[in-house]
Design a protein around this ligand. Structure first.
Ligand code: CDP
Ligand code: MG
Length: 701
């Protein structure tokens, strides 16, 4: 087989190509192998092909994990194209809610989240011969957990005829640490050639300028300066998220139109600017365009999230414009919740971004921030996700995999015990685990759904009450990104807002969840849903994905119903109220009560002050509200809660005490599995005494 395989001239030029034979041998000879090489050296696209052509997929598929969904999809597209195959045949991908594989698939790109779910279904991964954990340097939560799990199973030799091969790929550093963690396995380094990148601090923003309008304005200005002053070569702009990118692209379009190429542009070979956005939730056909070389004389300017830092390599980039910020989900101990916030990137991240300009020739990196910002605000390294976000879903998965001692699990970097305890506490609050840390029957059902445990709980309750038709679309709509189009220009912005308010007013009950449901139903019922979306400033593609997610969640729910594991219940209220009460079961951890003026105070013991986000249909109606639940928190100038629903205190009254029922000490015993029957009995009698004392205190008031 291997003798006849020919690679394209482009593929032969990649640094990895010279090491094809040695790499295949290294994979054959070892259970664990770490492969490192500069971004763009060909690890992700080439190594799986080498292994496939060397016959390694004969004993099972080759699976490659990616922390990012977009990367899994675009890389699979690229590889199938390189091999001259139809996507979904021998080469395919599988990401949450989108499976593009067949029984012929031999090389499969998946998200690390999907891989975790596969391990849940089949712990020894019988289908696979090689697992490649890619982008390990990104330190995503799921990849970190996968490394720990595969280390534990040591190639999963039990229950398999041939041990599973595990390759961990990383773009930078830390390979020693990875190797040591995996029993000092060999490290294969692909030497890369890079060109010098000159770096310039432009001093345009300081440490406090996290307001998006500020840094968007500056990156746009700098990108245009580069376009008019610098020699030919493409530009890559790093921004924070989809809406910021769209705004920047709108501004760039407008300003680029005013350029007179006869006088304004230094390099006479540059005759135009092609502006392309790149972010996670982008339609895949648009993503493909990013990789294509621009037409002759045209300069390409890609405005991207961090995804372009290591996951995707765009050829031809010569100039980087770095905003210095990234949007990150962080667990805030002060607030007690995960909040989405814009934070300065780390120095290593900034270097990685700059490096994207020096792949094929010397490049330039323009940093809009100051040297002072670099020194005072940017940490040396990015903190691994496992040490900064909620572990609730992952801990439930581990427990379902039989890893009960979640504190002593082999973590590459141990999360603070506090984060593990918070996760256990939340699982206990959702009734997913019991006091001894054992997964309950509800917990076992919850793990079946690729959703946040809270949302799953709401969905399961809705199913028991036979109103899943209301909850499934909401769960689906919350699983896709950005339903509502919020244009940058003031006039169009007003029109969009008006349309959105109109849909909200037709939703029956005034809350953001009902609004999502209404959009979903209107689309489903419409003869031309895409036209309806266009008219109403809704992203049709997002709703289209939600329609497919809804179907897939329905399939899971249907299977569980057939198994008879969902017991029917009946509540004495109307459907709309049942729906909101079900939501409370999943979101009672996110309850807030109005305090002063328009502000609300969270009820989780932290008492944080939050405000309703301007995107909510309840924005401006604060004075009429008392208790609310919310889906998530966004921190910008203030702490904003998004996707909000008014509730009655009665609906959460019995749930709220659960937030304070177990203390950290109890849970640490739970976590360590050292708690005995006796201890539980002791704890219960202490709790009973406490309650009695409280009730007599109440009575005496
Ligand atoms: O994984 P690593 O960063 O080492 O490199 P890679 O992603 O395998 O990329 C190798 C080459 O393929 C680069 O020149 C990329 O620009 C190219 N590529 C592409 O053109 N289109 C894609 N969808 C993915 C990679
Ligand atoms: Mg790669």
């Amino acid at each position: 087989m291997s003798g006849q395989v020919s690679y394209s001239s482009e593929a032969c030029k990649l640094p990895i190509y010279q090491f094809k034979k040695e790499l295949v041998k290294a994979v054959k000879d070892n259970i664990f192998l770490v492969v490192t090489g500069e971004t763009g050296s060909g690890k992700t696209t080439q190594l799986p092909q080498y292994l496939y052509h060397a016959g390694l997929s004969k004993g099972g598929k080759i699976v490659v994990t990616q922390p990012r969904r977009v990367a899994a999809i675009t890389v699979a597209q690229r590889v199938s194209q390189e091999m001259g195959l139809r996507l979904g045949d021998e080469v395919g991908y599988q990401v949450r809610f989108d499976d593009c594989t067949s029984k012929n698939t031999m090389i499969k790109y998946v998200t690390d989240g999907c891989m975790l779910r596969e391990i849940l279904a089949d712990p020894v991964l019988t289908q696979y011969s090689v697992v490649i954990l890619d982008e390990a340097h990104e330190r995503s939560l799921n990849t970190d957990i996968l490394i720990g799990l595969l280390k534990k199973t040591k190639g999963a030799s039990h229950g398999r005829s041939v041990p599973l091969k595990v390759v961990v790929m990383s773009a930078t550093l830390e390979t020693e640490k990875l190797s040591a963690f995996l029993g000092h396995c060999p490290v294969f380094s692909i030497p890369g050639r890079t060109f010098p990148v000159t770096e310039k601090f432009l001093n345009l923003i300081g440490p406090k300028d996290t307001e998006s309008s500020l840094y968007i304005k500056e990156v746009v200005k700098v990108a245009l300066d580069v376009h008019t002053n610098e020699r030919a070569g493409d530009i890559l702009v790093f921004l924070t998220g989809q809406s910021e990118i769209q705004k920047a692209c709108d501004m760039l379009f407008q300003k680029a139109e005013a350029i007179d190429y006869r006088y304004d542009v230094n390099d006479s070979s540059v005759e135009g600017l092609l502006i392309l956005p790149l972010y996670g939730a982008m339609p895949t056909d648009q993503q493909k365009q990013i990789f294509q070389p621009p037409p002759e004389g045209i300069r390409k300017c890609v405005v991207a999230t961090n995804i372009a830092a290591t996951s995707l390599t765009i050829n031809g980039i010569k100039y980087i414009v770095d905003s210095g910020f990234v949007k990150q989900l962080n667990h805030s101990p002060r607030v007690g919740m995960d909040i989405l916030e814009v934070v300065p990137i780390s120095k290593s991240e900034a270097q990685q971004r700059a490096g994207r300009a020096g792949r094929t020739s010397a490049g330039k990196c323009f940093r809009i921030y100051s040297k002072d910002f670099w020194e005072k605000c940017m940490p040396e390294y990015t903190i691994p996700e496992i040490q900064r976000t909620s572990l609730t879903a992952v801990i439930l998965t581990l427990k379902c995999l039989g890893v009960h001692d979640v504190i002593r699990f082999p973590y590459l970097d141990r999360p603070e015990e506090r984060l593990i305890l918070t996760a256990l506490k939340q699982l206990y609050q959702y009734d997913a685990i019991d006091r001894r840390g054992q997964v309950t029957s509800l917990g076992k059902l919850m793990v079946e759904f690729p959703l946040h445990p809270g949302l799953t709980r709401a969905l399961l309750k809705a199913a028991a009450l036979e109103c899943e038709d209301l909850m499934l679309p909401v769960a689906a709509m919350l699983s896709v990104e950005n339903i509502f189009i919020r244009p940058g220009q003031p006039e169009t912005q007003k029109e969009a807002e008006q349309k959105h308010r109109q849909i909200a007013s037709e939703a029956g009950s005034c809350n953001d969840f009902a609004m999502l449901l209404n959009v979903f139903e209107k689309c489903k019922a419409s003869d031309s849903p895409s036209a309806w979306c266009r008219e109403n400033w809704i992203h049709w593609r997002a709703v289209k994905s939600a329609l497919s997610v809804d179907t897939q969640l329905r399939v899971i729910l249907h299977r569980l119903k057939q198994q008879g594991v969902i017991e029917k219940e009946k509540w004495d209220s109307n459907r709309s109220e049942v729906f909101r009460r079900c939501l409370c079961l999943g979101y009672f951890t996110n309850v807030a009560r109005r305090s002063i003026g328009k502000s609300f105070c969270t009820m989780d013991g932290h008492g944080s002050t939050v405000h309703i986000h301007p995107s909510s249909v309840l924005f401006g109606m604060e004075s009429q509200l008392d208790w609310v639940i919310f889906h998530d928190v966004l921190a910008t100038s203030r702490m904003f809660v998004r996707t909000v629903c008014p509730i009655r205190y009665d609906w959460v009254k019995d749930l709220l005490p659960k937030l304070h029922e177990v203390d950290v000490y109890e849970l640490s015993s739970v976590a360590r599995e050292e708690v005995t029957e006796e201890e539980v009995a002791k704890w219960e009698s202490r709790e009973a005494a406490k309650r009695q004392a409280e009730s007599s205190e109440d009575a005496s008031k």
